[in-house]
Design a protein around this ligand. Structure first.
Ligand SMILES: [Zn+2]
Length: 469
């Protein structure tokens, strides 16, 4: 976890300082809500409270990340407690409610997971292609001053990955050079959006555009797709009556966008040595890849740079056109590329393990959200997603009641000799009013809590049971 074996006194002191300043902030913020919550007026909305916490408090908790990432686990636990306190205020959950449930109900990702998310952009892009990365790779954890640095922490988390492609910050082409013979067509003969046209009309317009392409041109249809975690590119090439096609499976978790670009790259590589043709037309159904290449001064990823390099070579002798066409309207070349892209997902081997920095980021984010969005297995608590009751269209008191009912820790719960006891149910006056019994007594089930929470609130009100939850 948080740099557990890289403890630094200074980091611990820093965490102390953050904890103290945030406790002050939390304590000065909270009484306003608390005092109004105690009366009839429930003060700010749960969502407003959550936003306030994120903006005013969590930003400070995370501000010192590079310093406190080297603090001891015990010190960092104190920061987690601040967030737990905020989660309790936002949701109104009782203190007896397990720690694990509160952040989930308040939709606040635990800080130790947030820290991994924050540290990955700091450290994972080093790879082995610039001075910083060389320094990082040759750095040894044997100097006292450097032992507790963020570098050491990143190394400990094994964040630096050699599977991340280098990303260039400089433009591959100079603006004066440009791509004068490369043309981008974001529309067909008439401007269209897919939503406002019927497929037959779209197909008609696409065919009109395709029919205007000279006979001696090479047409490359490209498409990218992703099935579960497998990504693939499909390429279909028409060259004066001779057609050929192929597909390639890309590294797992690659984005569809990257697969689209890879398809263009592979298409260009396939025809780079040909010379006996007029123009080159690349037909694709992805406006985002088209836009990306059109903004060529800003691209720095390896795939786009390779495309620009080949475009520069080809456009010395041929005009190159990128034409957007609609997908799934039965254009033969596009359908072929699409089928190839889906077929390729079942190939066994991938091209290379490298992924781009943004793909790596989304991979980490996905892993981290998987880690905390799965609710704990519990005989009563069965939240399906974080913050399930935050956005309910009702007042805060009702939201709190429903959260408490879902947690099982209601107002009438007390502990006697370590056992849970509840007040007697004011409806049947026979049994203890546990969350389970209240729903039973109302003829409702636990699923109703999540499927129709507003209905449950109505039932509670009508039966005067709000005081028990
Ligand atoms: Zn009852």
């Amino acid at each position: 976890m948080w740099g557990s074996d890289h403890i630094s006194r200074y980091s611990n002191e820093f965490v102390e300082w953050i904890t103290d300043s945030n406790l002050v902030l939390l304590n000065t913020t909270v009484p306003t809500y608390r005092s109004s919550a105690a009366g009839k007026d429930w003060g700010a909305e749960a969502v407003t409270l959550r936003d306030t916490y994120l903006a005013l408090i969590r930003s400070i908790l995370e501000y010192g990340f590079p310093v406190y990432c080297c603090a001891s686990a015990a010190s960092l636990e104190k920061l987690e407690k601040i967030q737990l306190g905020a989660a309790r205020i936002i949701t109104g959950l009782r203190r007896s409610c397990p720690k694990r449930n509160c952040p989930l109900e308040a939709d606040l990702q635990p800080l130790h997971l947030r820290s991994k998310k924050i540290s990955s952009p700091i450290t994972s892009s080093y790879g082995h292609h610039n001075k910083t990365s060389l320094y990082f790779n040759n750095w040894h954890n044997n100097q006292r001053l450097k032992r507790n640095s963020p570098f050491s922490y990143a190394d400990h988390l094994q964040l630096p990955s050699s599977h991340i492609e280098p990303h260039s910050l400089k433009s591959y082409l100079s603006p004066s050079e440009g791509l004068p013979r490369v043309h981008f067509h974001f529309n067909m003969s008439a401007p269209v959006t897919k939503q406002d046209l019927i497929p037959a009309h779209l197909r008609q317009l696409a065919l009109e555009s395709i029919n205007e392409i000279p006979c001696d041109a090479i047409k490359i249809y490209t498409d990218g797709s992703r099935l579960d975690d497998h990504a693939c590119s499909g390429i279909y090439i028409e060259n004066s009556g001779q057609n050929f096609y192929f597909c390639q499976r890309n590294p797992d978790l690659s984005s569809v966008f990257k697969s689209e670009l890879t398809a263009i790259k592979l298409g260009l590589e396939a025809i780079i040595n040909q010379s006996d043709y007029g123009e080159l037309w690349i037909l694709l159904d992805s406006r985002s890849s088209l836009q990306n290449l059109h903004n060529w001064t800003q691209v720095g990823d390896k795939t786009s740079i390779s495309i620009l390099h080949n475009l520069k070579l080809i456009s010395k002798h041929h005009n190159v056109h990128f034409q957007w066409i609609p997908s799934h309207v039965d254009i033969f070349g596009n359908e072929q590329a699409d089928a190839l892209a889906r077929e390729g997902c079942s190939l066994l081997t991938t091209s290379s393990p490298a992924i781009t920095y943004s793909e790596h980021q989304s991979k980490i984010n996905r892993q981290l959200s998987k880690e905390w969005k799965i609710p704990p297995s519990h005989h009563w608590y069965a939240a399906r997603e974080p913050g399930s009751f935050l956005d309910l269209n009702c007042d805060r008191a009702s939201k709190t009641s429903i959260s408490r009912l879902a947690s099982g820790h209601t107002k009438s719960l007390s502990f006697f000799e370590g056992r849970k006891t509840f007040k007697f149910c004011s409806k049947c006056k026979v049994q203890q009013a546990s969350a389970e019994h209240i729903l039973d007594c109302l003829g409702l089930s636990r699923e109703d809590l999540y499927d129709s929470p507003l209905l449950v609130i109505d039932f509670l009100r009508v039966n005067n049971l709000m005081d028990l939850v």
